[in-house]
Design a protein around this ligand. Structure first.
Ligand SMILES: N[C@@H](CCC(=O)N[C@@H](CS)C(=O)NCC(=O)O)C(=O)O
Length: 225
């Protein structure tokens, strides 16, 4: 028996499936019907108490929640796939840093943006939550942009699964194209990730409504350089 990934379009199932594919792992997909709120059902919550996607079941039946935990576990289990730089290296430490930064900042910001009512007890509080969430997410992108001014990838000189996680964070923005238009380093990394065969192969499953950004940002940044 291999891995089992509970996924839905527009969720972090994307980076986990990309990692499973890069690792050449044996896995099955189980689609969770988001519109029917299947992720909130008692059956799904018995695996993932937060009622969130993704969930990954390991070959021995152990259930993992938390996308970063899944990524780190796959990186350790399939070292030859080089999802992360070498264990103990400075580059790996940087990849850990930015993976956790993204999970606790932009990702948490998207929770506040897309589920704003959960984060306020005020009847008209949701709009303010959404505005501050977008500002927080964009501040996170600004920080990552400045990091990528000094190094090619989030880990340093080596591309890693952290760059795929970053790409996914950008795709969730209600203005993904603008995120890139304002940030040339993010554009460079995101476009490189999007060109990877593994990512191209799974893209339509997670983004059935088509691309989240066009090539405008790449063109603009090329013209400016
Ligand atoms: N910390 C979790 C967050 C998971 C999460 O927020 N998933 C979103 C989809 S990307 C979700 O299921 N949202 C539905 C909800 O919160 O009701 C992780 O990294 O896996």
């Amino acid at each position: 028996m291999g891995y089992k990934l509970y996924w839905s379009s527009l969720t972090a199932g994307f980076v986990i499936q990309a990692a499973l594919e890069e690792a050449g792992a044996d896995y099955d997909l189980v689609e969770v019907n988001f519109e029917n709120r299947e992720h909130r059902s008692a059956a799904y919550r018995s695996m993932n108490p937060m009622g969130q996607i993704p969930t990954m079941v390991l070959p021995d039946g152990t259930v993992l929640t938390e996308s970063v935990a899944m990524v780190l576990h796959l990186a350790e289990t399939f070292p030859e796939a080089e999802l992360l730089p070498a264990p103990g290296s400075v580059e790996r430490a940087r990849a850990y840093r930015w993976l956790l930064f993204m999970a606790t900042n932009p990702y948490a910001g998207y929770q506040r943006y897309y589920y704003s009512k959960r984060f306020t007890t005020e009847i008209d509080g949701a709009e303010g939550i959404r505005k501050s969430a977008i500002a927080h997410i964009n501040a996170g992108f600004d920080l990552l942009e400045s990091v990528l001014d000094k190094q090619s990838y989030l880990a340093g000189s080596t591309r890693s699964i952290a760059d795929t996680y970053l790409t996914m964070m950008v795709t969730w923005s209600p203005r993904a194209n603008d995120v890139l238009l304002h940030r040339r380093n993010l554009t460079r990394v995101v476009m490189e990730v999007c060109a990877r065969p593994v990512v191209r192969e799974i893209w339509n499953r997670y983004y059935p409504d088509g691309p989240r950004f066009d090539s405008t940002a790449s063109r603009v940044h090329k013209k400016d350089s």
